[in-house]
Design a protein around this ligand. Structure first.
Ligand code: ADP
Ligand code: ADP
Ligand code: MG
Length: 652
């Protein structure tokens, strides 16, 4: 069973993370990549790399034949699938075995047994693991499902049995909502997973998500590595994870561990796996599902136990016994992870694409950065919006919170809007601190437009520094920029434009006036991306990256794109109700209108998919469709023209 070369069938941060441990253990590594990822960090990190196809996942990272062919060509003895993509694909695990290649993961049978949420629940009930009350069965007719729903009571969840990543799930609050919720859950499940079968589950309100890391080997041993708490979620996807859980007592921990081991033993589990539970307000836990792979959030377990889970995976895959028995596994301190995603939290978390102008981690003891990008990386619309993870460990939970919040605020990510600042504020929020946060809270905040999700705008000092940096950009020898004794500078942020007056008050000293405010700035040091200055006497550090006609600037946890005034055109077009522009870069998956159609304001014109999320583009006015510039399947760039309207009279 021995192997000495490992192929990593994944991309991004997880591919980089697996390669690191493999190298440390002396394995040779092979990366695979799509045409969109030729320059990606995981390709540079591996010893060898093979292009396996076009950017769309089904043409590359999901293409089993291409991955297996790459393993054959490079003579790799084992394949690590990471998470997502082929990691929970029983047919792939099977195909690896057929080809004489070790699949670093469980047996195909274990993947199948847990792949379907309904059969997994059957198995768990047999193993006496507590499950959420609900219904699952053959008769999928609306009539039967309605009858079963009435029996369970409301609120409940309709869940796709093949679901994953929070998709194919609908909340139902009363009988009248069933029909529509059922139809839309089935539709989403069919299009995302090719299987529309659903089940019903009582909805646990104000729930916490607690999961247990388990590990099995091929000699029959199974251990657990304690729990993780992933209650900070957005659209049922994890945003922040921590270990241990602040809502689990030592007694609960023992019971959770015992139930998780029973679950894994029921399927003779081998390798890394996670048993997910939902915790109700009284502290009762119920089985949700099992993920038969390494989880995104595994680093928090590594940081409290001091173990390397990828090392364990590779040892188990090579046929070795688990490195430690249960009694030798312990944890200390507290670890928290935040998922850095290129999405705009202040605009309904819309996915964002573009070029990373600057990434700089704020390193410190106890911090870890698992990144899939670097300065210069392109964020394409083809894959998940998660670009990396920031993790912090502390002696106490409060220490870990402080460290992670600081890491998020001070690390620099410029060029593509991200959730970095939102994460910093979320980790530091009272709801996170006292662990009162439940799995639905961030969605509630989004609906009620909570302050934490209110659009952030630059402060005066940021306007001032942006103006100064743009003004001195063109000056070669800026330390003696005598040519700039007094000047004015116009700049734009979003829909705001301001004029800054810059007055030289001494060598490397400026007084910047913007509207009513004056800021005194003494430049201390400036490199390509970093400015150190005294701002009204306070030493301040900010990071920036020039663009063709402006700059990205980060002084606080936020970053802002300032431009010179002539970029107003696209803003103007944005406001014109007769044209619909692509709000983001992606693929057109549905076109709802054709020329001549009468439409109402807010009608959905088309749907764009990017980063596994669908975004609806709706009409900004009532009227008639004049021209449709797109077809289903087209790739569009942010700002591309989609549909033109003749605006009707009843519209202002
Ligand atoms: P974790 O439980 O490890 O946090 P997530 O549910 O966030 O995992 O999923 C991990 C990755 O795998 C994400 O990129 C997610 O979008 C993807 N993923 C999870 N389940 C599926 C699935 N059934 N089909 C496609 N992608 C999936
Ligand atoms: P996925 O495969 O998409 O990860 P899960 O069954 O693990 O699906 O559920 C994802 C999330 O949805 C959970 O973490 C939780 O927030 C929510 N959820 C799932 N089932 C329930 C339930 N019965 N009651 C309340 N929330 C639930
Ligand atoms: Mg889950």
């Amino acid at each position: 069973m021995a192997f000495d070369k490992l192929l990593i069938a994944n991309r991004g941060e997880i591919a980089c993370r697996v390669i690191r441990t493999a190298k440390r253990m002396g394995y040779s590594t092979v990366a695979v990549y799509s045409e969109a990822d030729a320059q990606a960090p995981h390709v540079q990190l591996a010893d060898e790399a093979v292009c396996i196809g076009a950017p769309a996942p089904r043409d590359s990272y999901l293409n089993m034949d291409a991955v297996l062919a790459a393993a054959k060509t490079t003579d790799a003895g084992a394949i690590h699938p990471g998470y997502g993509f082929l990691s929970e694909n029983a047919a792939f695990a099977e195909a690896c075995e057929q080809a004489g290649i070790i699949f670093v993961g469980p047996q195909a049978e274990a993947i199948s047994a847990m792949g379907d949420k309904a059969s997994a629940k059957d198995l768990m009930m047999k193993a006496k693991v507590p499950c959420v009350p609900g219904w699952q069965g053959e008769d999928q007719s609306a009539k039967n499902i309605t009858a079963q729903a009435e029996k369970i009571g409301f609120p409940l969840l309709i869940k796709a049995v093949a679901g994953g990543g929070g998709r194919g799930m609908r909340r139902v609050d009363n009988a009248s909502e069933i029909k529509e919720a059922l139809a839309s859950a089935v539709r989403e499940a069919e299009s995302s997973f090719g299987d529309g079968t659903v089940m019903l589950e009582k909805l646990i309100e104000r729930a916490r998500h607690v999961e247990v890391q388990v590990f099995g080997d091929s000699h029959g041993s199974v251990v657990h590595l304690f729990e993780r708490d992933c209650s900070a979620q957005r659209r049922r996807q994890k945003v922040i994870e921590e270990a241990p859980s602040p809502s689990v007592t030592p007694q609960m921990r023992d019971q959770l561990g015992a139930d998780a081991i029973a679950a894994a033993k029921a399927i003779n589990y081998r390798g890394a796996g996670t048993i997910e539970f939902i915790l109700d307000e009284d502290g009762n836990h119920y089985f949700l599902e099992m993920n038969t792979r390494l989880q995104v959030e595994h680093p928090v377990t590594e940081m409290i136990t001091g173990l390397d889970l990828v090392e364990w995976q590779l040892r188990v895959a090579a046929g070795e016994a688990l490195p430690l028995p249960q009694e030798d596994i312990s944890f200390s301190g507290h670890a928290i992870e935040a998922r850095l995603c290129t999405e705009d939290p202040y605009q309904d978390f819309t996915p964002q694409t573009g070029t990373v102008q600057l990434w700089q981690a704020e390193e410190a003891t106890g911090r870890r950065f698992d990144m899939g990008i670097e300065t210069g990386s392109e964020i394409s619309p083809f894959y998940d919006s998660m670009v990396g993870k920031l993790i912090a460990h502390g002696n106490t939970r409060t220490d870990a919170i402080r460290s992670l919040s600081n890491s998020l605020a001070k690390s620099v990510f410029l060029g593509v809007p991200s959730n970095k600042n939102f994460l910093a504020e979320l980790v530091a929020s009272p709801s996170f601190a006292d662990a009162s946060l439940h799995t639905g809270l961030i969605d509630e905040w989004n609906e009620t437009q909570h302050d934490i999700l209110a659009v952030k705008t630059p402060q005066d000092k940021e306007w001032a520094l942006a103006a100064l940096l743009l003004a001195i950009r063109t000056t070669q020898n800026w330390f003696h920029s005598s040519g700039l004794a007094s000047t004015r500078f116009d700049l734009v942020y979003g829909e705001d434009d301001k004029t800054a007056h810059l007055l030289s008050t001494g060598e490397n000293q400026w007084r910047v006036s913007i509207a009513e405010t004056q800021v005194d700035c003494t430049l201390l040091n400036k490199t390509d991306n970093k400015l150190v200055c005294l701002l009204d006497g306070v030493k301040t550090v900010c990071h920036f990256a020039y663009t063709d006609n402006g700059l990205y600037l980060a002084c606080t946890g936020n970053s802002f794109l300032f431009t010179e005034p002539d970029m107003l055109d696209s803003n103007q077009a944005d406001k014109d109700p007769s044209i619909a522009l692509a709000p983001l870069t992606g693929t057109i998956v549905q076109v709802n209108v054709k020329p001549g159609d009468a439409i109402e304001k807010e009608d959905v014109l088309c749907i764009i998919e990017a980063m596994k999320m669908e975004t609806r583009v709706s009409a900004k006015a009532t009227g008639r469709v004049a021209e449709v510039s797109i077809n289903t399947g087209d790739q569009v760039k942010e700002g591309d023209l989609l549909v033109q309207l003749e605006v009707g009279e009843d519209n202002g």
